[in-house]
Design a protein around this ligand. Sequence first.
Ligand code: TYM
Length: 331
Amino acid sequence: LPRVLSGIQPTAGSFHLGNYLGALRQWVSLQDTTEAFYCVVDLHAITVPQDPAELRRNSLVSAAQLLALGVDPTRSALFVQSHVPEHLQLSWVLECMTGFGEASRMTQFKDKSQREGASGASVGLFTYPVLQAADILLYQADMVPVGEDQRQHLELTRDLATRFNSRYGATLTVPSAHIPPGAAKVLDLQQPDKKMSKSLPPAGCVNLLDDPAVTAKKIRSAVTDTGREVVADPVNKPGVTNLLTIHSTLSGQSVAELEERFAGRGYGDLKKELAEVVTDFVTPVRDRTQELLDDPAELTRVLADGAQRAREVASRTVATVYDRVGFLPSA
Ligand code: TYM
């Protein structure tokens, strides 16, 4: 079976619709045809300051949401990154093979370090993409389901795997990004020139754990474009196009069908229907997440089991890598 690995940051507590449509939806469907490893990347989260109690809580909330969305722990290994120390062991080796200039070109680092302010950005934020490469290469993953914003990190991962293999002999699988055709970049509802993200004001970001009434209001207040016709046009009508994409991906109706159905009706009708489509989707996810959080012992058990399965694979990769690099065997 092909191997799949992906990760998500626990920083925000609730995931948003961009996370789901761009990535998590694929996490769930790929379980049918692959062997999957899914991790909550708490090591990545501390590249910017975190409150310890909140981080712990958010990691649990993240795991519960993944289960509520359909990650099946009997088929996939669901774990927390810090429970598998091999991520850091491989990361160091890869850091020593990454050029300073190469890491400096990562656009997410440039954006995030700007946000942290010149002196505020940590070294961890700089080496973040190398840890991400380690996450992937440890499991010899063939496919990595992610949104468009991770494309550059996946290219770096491929480059590092290829470089390792040419220096030390075939060792690491060179993975490909698995980016969905439709919703690879869900846009902010208030600023549809930017991707949906927690770092923008909350009105533009649909959180899976929001009160459904809040969600409906956010969608009805979405910024649309000039004109009145409900047609997809990413250049001139990014707002409406984004709403059509969200609708289509959740409802399974094609954008063409939607255009036809909404012909002669206004943006208001589209938003009203979309608010229903989205709340119908998020309401059971929110309820199920809450139920799972009511039994933290069971969540902890699922994560411990996932970490154990992950370590079986990860430790084999680290043993091979350490040997190839020339480290003395420890036993
Ligand atoms: P993160 O936690 O920011 O996002 C998780 C996933 O959601 C996708 N995504 C989006 N997709 C479409 N539209 C959007 N507006 C949108 N916003 C976020 C992201 O592309 C991602 O797939 N560095 C990663 C986490 C990571 C990882 C990994 C991913 C760590 N190690 C190994 C894959 C493999 C990140 O910060 O994602």
